[in-house]
Design a protein around this ligand. Structure first.
Ligand code: TYD
Length: 214
């Protein structure tokens, strides 16, 4: 319950591979929710709090030799723990909607599907770090590889980050893992076809969220 006894806020996560259009859709969604009179907190992972943003710099910077898959998974879980504790849970308790660009399903897909850790291990880290908090709805934006590549060529003209720059086979495993998670849990996931125009994708997202909207 929120402070004044009104409905608690809702937690919406946007997920997908590189170049899926999550940030564009997150901004459109936050605006649409505000137009309905809801208070919205837009945030992202890794990051969202000063501590988690500091961990983000450690994770995505391209200096040095980088992290092994286990250290990487622990760092993402630590960043998420701070984000959940200091930003996401307080916002939900205050009745705000949280729109988060990536969340634990990214760890399951990248460090699990891409990096080879088991899903059980990623979920164990999430249980320890964030008491297993899951979104009310996870919007998985799926794009075909050629559309993603064209968007990334525009976005990453100056060079990709450490994880975005991994080989195509890694990103193919990530996409397959996301699809498996969505298939296994259709009540939490909505699969959004992301190849079209931003307005058409936004309309799919609003339709998927209709049951949650006040
Ligand atoms: P970001 O610049 O936010 O990428 P994008 O615009 O594609 O969301 O960088 C986040 C990168 O971190 C991205 O490559 C996905 C990766 N990532 C993980 O590997 N595990 C995680 O748990 C999260 C949250 C992100």
């Amino acid at each position: 319950m929120s402070r004044d006894g009104a409905a608690p806020g809702r937690f919406i996560a946007l997920e997908g591979g590189e170049g899926a259009g999550k940030s564009t859709q997150g901004a459109l969604l936050a605006e649409a929710l505000r137009q309905r009179g809801l208070e919205v907190v837009s945030t992202r992972e890794p990051g969202g709090t000063p501590g988690a943003e500091a961990i983000r710099a450690l994770l995505l910077g391209t200096d040095g030799e980088g992290w092994g898959p286990r250290a990487e998974a622990l760092l993402f879980a630590a960043a998420r723990a701070d984000h959940v504790d200091r930003l996401i849970r307080p916002a939900l308790a205050a009745g705000r909607w949280v729109v988060c660009d990536r969340y634990v399903d990214s760890s399951r897909a990248y460090q699990g599907g891409g990096g080879g850790l088991s899903d059980a291990d990623i979920l164990a880290l999430h249980a320890i770090g964030s008491e297993g908090l899951l979104p009310d709805m996870t919007l998985l934006i799926e794009v075909s590889p050629n559309v993603a590549a064209a968007r990334l060529a525009r976005r990453d003209a100056g060079g990709a980050d450490r994880i975005g720059g991994r080989e195509a086979a890694y990103h193919a495993r990530v996409a397959a893992a996301f699809a498996r998670f969505a298939e296994a849990d259709p009540s939490r996931f909505a699969r959004i076809a992301g190849d079209g125009a931003p307005e058409a994708i936004h309309a799919q997202i609003l339709a998927a969220l209709a049951p949650l909207l006040p």
